[in-house]
Design a protein around this ligand. Structure first.
Ligand code: NAP
Length: 456
């Protein structure tokens, strides 16, 4: 039986690697998901064949419980994916921490130093990721205040909590018989998880979640060493490294550093930044906007979070088809952090069957924009804010943006003058060449399609 299990684990490890490879490109992403699910099914199946299992009763209870929690989670809307991911990390990390706890009490004091070290890492990372992920979920779901909460010497207090947990871990590795220290270590890790998230603003949560993903992965890999399970080591390492790489990509796309995300209390300037004086803007109706779009040779659509909220992607596809039929060259400029998770816009536009070859990455879009007749911004805000290029005082300064202000004309569909995620005003709206198209993205794009049909 052991051979069968090892074979199944080997196949699932290969499938996990293929899944990550295929998930990294839009055309192969669906295949990546299927292969990943298959890999996980084989891994679970292989584990259930294990001869060490004496009764399946509790496993069946856990299976039912997991299904009851998992099915509604799978139905959360696309815009809630970051908080959904935070919840799954919380559960994954809790599982790793609890397995570590059980192993500690089952094996102690007969723990060799290597296993005890892996176990301590698993438990500390598992528990801190559990509370940190729950806090991140609360902030994104707006159950908790999204603004950063800070107090004097916060970083010192937080790092002391972590340092104390690590000191206790070392004591336990040296002498696993001191079992009374174990709950103290677990408690410190749980408290550190809460403290880690409190000073971080809601706008940075997606990056933090991706980092927590990597912590949960490392915890699972450490669990693999404790249980001598090679598949857990492989899967945990893949999870740990991919989460880490994703956090780096997101930090780069926002021109932020890790330390700035974790300790920078980003978002505190929101209130005073928004409450500026009222400046005039130019607005237009769907009829006026449609006549400009219909007369253009080229249109660059810049989608953002508002398109996702309004679920406007199918209407945007209709608008694209209508304009293309009229001979307009339509392309899409995709900012790497538009929306609320990396690839958010790609997923939505793929769902609406917008051809991939119309999608341009930020750098390519920016080199074309000066020759584009109309840049049509649909529910995007921060990722188009020119202040990121020149205003050193702006919280988004240095973040690469889509240079829509370089197009010959700019139109922005949004419901109001309210700010985006970073909570700051966008000077683009006061530019002479910008026309504001106020309304819900889906309704407004739908009106544009109707107006363009009239002028056929
Ligand atoms: P954004 O700056 O959050 O702006 C979205 C805009 O959409 C808002 O100004 C809002 O204005 C508008 N909107 C909302 N609902 C709408 C609707 N139903 N119809 C029309 N418009 C609607 O979005 P973004 O430009 O996509 O930028 C993403 C932000 O998230 C950036 O600050 C980025 O740093 C941050 N972020 C993203 C990620 C990621 O992985 N994607 C990760 C971390 C942080 P109204 O309320 O006036 O309609």
């Amino acid at each position: 039986m052991q051979h069968v299990i090892s074979f199944l684990y080997l196949v699932s490890a290969a499938l996990f690697i293929l899944a990550l490879k295929w998930l990294s490109a839009v055309p192969t992403a669906r295949r990546g998901v299927v292969v990943g699910v298959l890999g996980m099914a084989l891994a679970v199946g292989g584990t259930l064949l294990s001869p060490e299992i004496v009764s399946y009763r509790w496993i069946a209870v856990a299976f039912v419980l997991g299904t009851v929690i998992g099915v509604p989670m799978a139905m959360m809307p696309m815009t809630a994916v970051p908080q959904r991911t935070a919840l799954s990390h919380a559960f994954g990390a809790l599982a790793a921490a609890l397995v570590g706890t059980a192993e500690f009490y089952l094996r102690t004091p007969n723990l060799d130093r290597f296993t005890a070290s892996a176990l301590a890492l698993e438990v500390i990372l598992g528990f801190l990721t559990f509370t940190a992920s729950l806090m991140a979920f609360g902030k994104l779901q707006e159950i908790l205040p999204t603004r950063p909460i800070t107090f004097p010497f916060q970083n010192v207090v937080n790092l002391s909590l972590l340092a104390a947990a690590v000191v206790i871990a070392v004591l336990l590795v040296l002498d696993p018989g001191r079992t009374a220290l174990f709950p103290v270590m677990a408690g410190l890790a749980l408290a550190f998880g809460v403290q880690l998230i409190i000073p971080i603003g809601g706008a940075d949560m997606p990056t933090v979640i991706s980092l927590l993903n990597s912590y949960a992965g490392i915890s699972a890999a450490a669990m693999g060493f404790v249980l001598d399970n090679k598949l857990l080591i492989v899967a945990g390492s893949l999870d740990g490294s991919s989460g880490f790489i994703l956090s780096i990509i997101m930090c780069k796309a926002m021109n932020r550093s890790f330390t700035n995300v974790l300790f920078g209390a980003f978002g505190q300037v929101q209130a005073q930044a928004v409450a500026g004086e009222k400046k005039p803007v130019r607005s237009a109706t769907a009829e006026e906007a449609a006549s400009i779009l219909g007369a253009a040779n080229s249109v660059m659509i810049v989608p953002g979070y508002g398109m996702a909220v309004a679920q406007a992607q199918h209407k945007v596809r209709e608008l694209t088809d209508t304009l293309v039929r009229k001979g307009v060259d339509v392309k899409f400029a995709i900012h790497p952090v538009a929306g609320r998770m990396p690839g958010h816009m790609n997923v939505l536009l793929a769902e609406a069957d917008v051809p991939y070859d119309r999608l341009l990455e930020m750098e390519d879009a920016n080199s074309e924009l000066p020759q584009v007749d109309v840049a049509l911004v649909i529910g995007a805000n921060d990722v188009t804010n020119p202040a990121a290029r020149h205003d050193k005082a702006s919280p988004v300064y240095g973040m690469p943006i889509i240079d829509v202000d370089k197009a010959r004309a700019v139109m922005v569909i949004k419901r109001s003058m309210n700010p985006g995620f970073a909570g700051i005003d966008n000077e683009l709206y006061y530019n002479d060449k910008t026309l504001m198209l106020f309304g819900d993205a889906k309704a407004f794009v739908s009106d544009l399609v109707k107006e363009l049909a009239h002028t056929a």
